[in-house]
Write a protein that binds this ligand. Structure first.
Ligand code: NAD
Length: 340
């Protein structure tokens, strides 16, 4: 397969690109290498991909998904089979201060990707949604059948908007799309703005960690390899048997149009203080904590119901937080020379 992976220099994008290359796919990786966090880390991830790919199997394109002409030209020139769209402005907290950063990348950029997929009639668009779409959901675990219309941040709103936009394209143009609501992803080459990397760095430096909601948040921490396995399995299964795909226009009122959304999460939420204890145990160092109240935009708990994913592709994440943290810390010790 010839697959476009957007956000390929990002945390999840790098691992997805590597997994696709490993099984023999050709990957076009696209990223704008923005400076939301360390560009050196993004370049190191790209270097990892280049080292493990042959020259023919991986090509990197420096481009912004908000570049309408650029994206249209790319789709016109490259015969992609499928697209894994991960490029986005991530981060809930950042969206409180910079809401407009989310419009260009997450809404305009997503529209360009949808349009490119429609024009090229690609087999499947898999894109990143987020557990944040559940907002202040009260029912646990979070199910894709819950009515989620109360996002608590513009980041969450942009991800929910992506699902709605994909729904319209799937129904109107029979474009197979699958949105994946990832739950707090961690692991090697992770994001420096997220707790695992930020806390590890601070613990090793003897610095104080700011812990919101007094550490009572529960997060469904999900190991990167489990996310990648889910993405690949979903990617390989474009649409349901009853799908209206095949180039015909579906009946817009039909529920058989190939639009899907799944959760991918570990299904074992733990309190942030327990997560910090796991880091302390693997690092052999105590953390210094500054316990603070809940921040605007933050949700108190996340907890994935993955039964729809299991039914569709026969897969559920399995890596325990203890094992995932052990692997993450072992990577961190080996690579902490990279400028995070
Ligand atoms: P990341 O920030 O590491 O990766 C995103 C990549 O996209 C970055 O390399 C960035 O440079 C690139 N990018 C951003 N805006 C772009 C634009 N306009 N044009 C081109 N490239 C652009 O984040 P990640 O953790 O790898 O997340 C990947 C996707 O998964 C994102 O859509 C994110 O919202 C979603 N997600 C992540 C998590 C998580 O826990 N990591 C949870 C839920 C959803």
């Amino acid at each position: 397969m010839h697959v476009l992976v957007t956000g390929a220099a990002g945390f999840i994008g790098m691992h997805v690109a590597l997994a696709l290359l490993k099984r023999g796919d050709t990957v076009i990786g696209l990223d704008n290498l923005n400076n939301y966090y360390s560009v050196a880390l993004k370049q190191s991830r790209l270097q990892q991909i280049h080292e493990q790919a042959s020259q023919q199997s991986f090509q990197f394109i420096l481009m912004d998904v908000a570049d309408r002409e650029g994206i249209a030209k790319l789709f016109a020139e490259q015969p992609f089979d499928s697209v894994v769209h991960l490029a986005a402005q991530a981060g809930v907290r950042y969206s409180l201060e910079n809401p407009l950063a989310y419009i260009d990348s997450n809404l305009v950029g997503f529209a360009h990707i949808l349009e490119g997929c429609r024009q090229q009639r690609i087999k499947h668009l898999v894109y990143a949604s987020s557990s944040s779409v559940y907002g202040a959901n009260e029912a646990m675990p979070y199910s894709v059948h819950d009515n989620v219309d109360h996002p608590l941040s513009l980041y969450a709103a942009s991800k929910k908007a992506n699902e709605l936009m994909a729904h319209a394209y799937s129904h109107l143009y029979a474009l197979p799309t699958t949105g994946l609501r990832f739950f707090t992803v961690y692991g090697p080459w992770g994001r420096p703005d997220m707790a695992p990397m930020k806390f590890t760095k601070a613990i090793l430096a003897g610095e104080t960690i700011e812990v919101y909601n007094y550490g009572k948040h529960r997060r469904d921490f999900t190991y990167i390899d489990d996310i990648v396995e889910g993405v690949i399995r979903v990617l390989d299964q474009p649409a349901t048997k009853n799908s209206a795909w095949n180039g015909k226009k579906p009946d817009p009122s039909s529920s058989s149009a190939p639009w899907r959304v799944y959760n991918i999460g570990q299904q074992q939420p733990i309190e942030l203080l327990d997560y910090i204890a796991a880091l302390e145990s693997h690092l052999g160092r105590k953390a210094q904590l500054n316990l603070l109240p809940l921040q605007p935009g933050d949700v108190p708990d996340t907890f994935a119901d993955v039964e729809d994913l299991v039914t569709a592709v026969g897969y559920r994440p399995t890596t325990s937080v203890d094992e995932g943290t052990r692997r993450f810390i072992s990577w961190y010790r080996a690579y902490s020379r990279v400028d995070f």
